[in-house]
Ligand binder design. Sequence first.
Ligand SMILES: N[C@@H](CCC(=O)N[C@@H](CS)C(=O)NCC(=O)O)C(=O)O
Length: 329
Amino acid sequence: MGLLVDGKWVDQWYDTEKSGGKFIRSESQFRNWVTPDGEPGPTGSGGFKAESGRYHLYVSLACPWAHRTLILRELKGLTEHIGVSVVHPDMLEDGWVFEGPDFGSDVIVADDLYGSRCYHELYTRAQPDYSGRVTVPVLWDKQQETIVSNESADIIQMFNSAFNELTGDQQDFYPESLRETIDAVNERVYHDVNNGVYKSGFATTQSAYEEAFDALFTALDWLEDRLSQQRYLAGDQITLADWRLFTTLIRFDAVYVGHFKCNLKRIDDYPNLSNYLRELYQVDGVEQTVNLDHIKRHYYFSHRTINPHGVIPKGPALDFNQTHDRDRF
Ligand SMILES: N[C@@H](CCC(=O)N[C@@H](CS)C(=O)NCC(=O)O)C(=O)O
């Protein structure tokens, strides 16, 4: 685990000393957008036109942020247009790498474009003097050999609409009329739930942990209540808000309850959240993006400050294919 400083890899864990034990997530630095015509998007520079085969996605199957991009790639019919490379789930002294011990998963781990060993080589290929965290996901442009974006929230918006002409898929998970609601839900879900579990798990003081824990379970109660009144977070259609929550919920009982000490309740204890989770899991294309072997292996084996011996729990038994009751709406 580490980061790049002026293009050189430095092995160090998150520094929580200056923030009173709190984990503070850094901002993503590559913020360009793929657009239908190559015009600049809301941030960054232009020159990234939507084209088949031009872009490549680098992910970890363990990572909830990368997971969002894989889901949108499936749902928007982009699998033939955008390739994917998967890192090994063990993230140790060299950060994410493309090699590692077998642990019972048959997913191929490799950098399909450059055959790199370390994932940070991709960042220095894009920017030789890069300083900052080396995170997944990355949307890579094979033509300019650079990173278009390393911000999953932006990548899922690009996938939602930039390639529509190419794929003919007009489904809209971020419709104009619901944007205000979606953005408001996202804001709370991001801080208290998606990032909230990390703030709880990576806290190094009791008070920082308890603050994150309380905000997380207050937000889960709010979501449970919302989902007792409507089928999805923004109303009666699935939107980006749902997919952004989904990737945290699917990891919750297997990892966050134990490893990140988010143990007031399990998702299974919330009737609406658990049925909603199963419904989203059963949407066509989603199940194949979920890999619980990579998920459990990554968190329990890589976070040695939290779990020094890297022992991975065998349970819990989970079955997201059980029937759900969400068609009651
Ligand atoms: N804001 C980024 C966050 C991505 C992120 O933090 N990914 C984690 C994996 S779950 C990572 O690669 N961490 C490596 C590190 O922080 O050094 C996004 O949503 O794309």
